[in-house]
Design a protein around this ligand. Structure first.
Ligand code: ZN
Length: 287
């Protein structure tokens, strides 16, 4: 995508884009402008359920945790009539906030959520390069999360596009360890066509994995076949990684550089931390 860096980085979602007046979550073009300052052309776009923050639910006249739909997009992301010239990765709701629930166990909800992604692609004028989904608690994910993936492939195919589909690990949730990923991949591979399977994989959040495993996750990660991995979230508790962390970033840097075509995200919240994170990892790859 870009020749400026060794790895193919995506510009992250930052705190500065959120505000009290529409567009409440900030526009895509605003993000792209910042991304371009770093020589990047792909941005991450947050696609959370309706939030409490900034009175979003009041502006949208919805309940906290509702699925956002096409009537909401202009209020959240601005008028998109000035075309979006970049690329984007859609980061769907991570279920971090109170009253945000991913009902992967409910067919009707899954359909509504996937439909809203199709509507959003129409709104932007192009589909996302990749979509990140998050596991919920085991009771809402075990036996059901698989349907969300199969239905996502069907839904997007029906809409005429084929983004990469990733699942991000989350501490304490249905997919939180490397073993969880291996088991889930087996389930998925039995149900997807080879073509679809080539577009499915995990987005590995190293910091979340570290919190879950309570140790440097590098040895576990080495057990994970490379073709299971489509993305990496790089940060240490949403700060740039450093030599003081209990994670051996040097071996992590080498490991993550070995996954072909992966999406790399410096998952930090401040603009200056984006380039710090990128440089920290890339310097390790150079020396
Ligand atoms: Zn992450």
């Amino acid at each position: 995508m870009t020749k400026n860096y060794i790895l193919d980085w995506t510009f992250p979602n930052l705190g500065k884009y959120y505000r009290n007046v529409p567009p409440i979550r900030g526009s895509l073009n605003e993000r792209l402008k910042d991304a371009k300052r770093l020589g990047l052309t792909r941005i991450e776009v947050p696609f959370d359920l309706v939030r409490e923050e900034n009175d979003e639910y009041l502006v949208l006249n919805k309940k906290i945790g509702d699925v956002i739909t096409k009537d909401d997009f202009v209020l959240l992301y601005g008028d998109n009539s000035s075309k979006f010239e970049g690329y984007y990765v859609l980061h769907t709701d991570p279920e971090l906030k109170r009253a945000h629930t991913l009902y992967w166990n409910l067919a009707e909800w899954r359909n509504r959520y996937l439909e809203s992604i199709v509507e959003f692609s129409d709104f932007v004028g192009k589909p996302p390069s990749a979509i990140e989904f998050h596991p919920s608690k085991p009771k809402r994910s075990k036996k059901y999360m698989i349907y969300s993936i199969l239905e996502a492939f069907d839904k997007f195919k029906g809409a005429g596009f084929s983004p990469y589909i990733m699942i991000e690990n989350r501490t304490g949730m249905y997919i939180s360890t490397v073993n969880d990923m291996i088991n889930f991949y087996k389930e998925v591979s039995e149900n997807l066509s080879p073509n679809e399977l080539s577009k499915f994989g995990f987005c590995i959040d190293i910091s979340q994995l570290y919190t879950q495993m309570r140790k440097d996750p590098v040895n576990d990660l080495k057990k994970l076949p490379k073709d299971y991995i489509l993305g990496w979230h790089i940060h240490y508790r949403h700060k740039p990684p450093s030599n003081q962390d209990s994670i051996g970033w040097k071996s992590i840097a080498k490991l993550i550089s070995e996954t072909e075509n992966a999406f790399y995200l410096p998952e930090v919240f401040k603009f200056n931390d984006v380039i710090k994170t990128i440089k920290y990892i890339e310097n390790m790859l150079k020396h």
